[in-house]
Design a protein around this ligand. Structure first.
Ligand code: XIL
Length: 329
């Protein structure tokens, strides 16, 4: 008999999955059985939920929130401020040209009040700011319209607005390449300065889009330690284990090789061993999908290249990786 992930990890952390209106239906059984937390893969992002200044589109997000409610699951909110999947109108002033800071903040405040307010009783935590830190170079923050218009203050503002909209919500800074030592230190610098200024921030989200070999386990451990030392909660927010290393652009595999599956098994065993070690700080581990029949990695970074990053296969059966994860707990 196949144990339920959410029961196996009940004493450790919640087990989450990113969902969309399609997987909510196609993976409903797996979701209800194994998971106790969901994140909307796209449906709460700015361009989807607030496509025009006067128009909100809640239908899809409402459906996901309804599923969570029916199944007694928690929901993570994703995301309020990001450089991607954000509509152009937000940054433009009437008549053309870049909006000024006051207009941008007024719009952001209205957006956050509306969206965070609407999902107050469903969403227990928000990825308030996503991916604001620069990957390369000496700059702390990445180039974006947010930064161009408002300077680095936009980050603190977003957290303040979110806190005003729902004082009970846990507020997170979320990013990828979170285990690379150089970027890790930038994230630490940012978060520490927010805390020092009294900005309401409660956690760091480690996206955890990882590969079979990278990042090395020591870097993962070091990142968790370092973020935890800030006195914040940690969520693993978007876990997947790509069978391709980042620079591998092969696109002709119809199924994963035996070597890939073996490496993935050992990788998942290693990753969950680390998560269990840090059960006191990690309160939620969310996969960026449910099963191998659908993953955003089928289109990233190579369009149309199939990937197999999860614990359940294309037919929704537990993979050897599943058993490694479960038997270690
Ligand atoms: C991805 C979705 O999975 C895709 O469907 C969409 O086309 C692009 O965004 N980091 C994040 C997520 O914070 O929101 C991204 O989700 C994956 C990378």
């Amino acid at each position: 008999v196949v144990p339920k992930l959410r029961d196996v990890f009940a004493g450790y952390f919640r087990i989450g999955a990113a969902v969309n209106p399609r997987t909510l239906v196609s993976s409903a059984d797996l979701l209800a059985r194994h998971f106790n937390c969901i994140t909307a893969e796209n449906e709460m992002k700015f361009e989807r939920i607030h496509p025009h200044e006067e128009t909100y589109a809640f239908e899809d997000a409402d459906r996901l929130a309804g599923f969570a409610r029916e199944h007694g699951m928690k929901m993570r909110g994703h995301t309020l401020v990001w450089h991607n999947q954000t509509p152009d109108w937000l940054f433009e002033k009437p008549g053309g040209g870049l909006a000024d800071k006051a207009l941008l903040y007024a719009r952001l405040k209205a957006h956050i009040d509306t969206v965070v307010g609407r999902y107050k009783s469903d969403v227990f935590c928000w990825d308030v700011v996503n991916e604001a830190v620069a990957d390369e170079g000496s700059e702390l923050l990445r180039e974006s319209k947010w930064l161009r218009i408002a300077g680095e203050e936009f980050i603190a503002k977003a957290f303040e607005f979110a806190h005003e909209a729902d004082p009970d919500a846990l507020l997170f800074y979320n990013d990828y390449n979170e285990s690379h030592p150089a970027k890790r230190e930038k994230i630490v610098t940012l978060v520490r300065s927010l805390k020092a200024r009294g900005v309401p921030i409660h956690g760091v989200g480690l996206q955890a889009h990882w590969q079979l070999r990278s990042p090395p386990a020591d870097d993962i451990r070091a990142a968790i330690e370092r973020y935890a030392s800030l006195g914040l909660k940690l969520h693993i927010t978007e876990l997947d284990v790509s069978v391709f290393e980042w620079d591998d652009r092969r696109a002709d595999l119809k199924s994963p090789t035996a070597e890939m599956m073996e490496l993935q098994e050992r990788r998942y065993e290693q990753i969950f061993r680390i998560f269990r070690e840090y059960r006191d700080v990690i309160e939620c581990v969310t996969f960026w999908g449910v099963a191998d029949d659908y993953t955003w990695l089928d289109h990233f970074p190579v369009r149309g290249r199939k990937n197999w990053p999860f614990l359940f296969d294309e037919r929704h059966q537990p993979k050897p990786s599943f058993w490694k994860v479960v038997n270690g707990a």
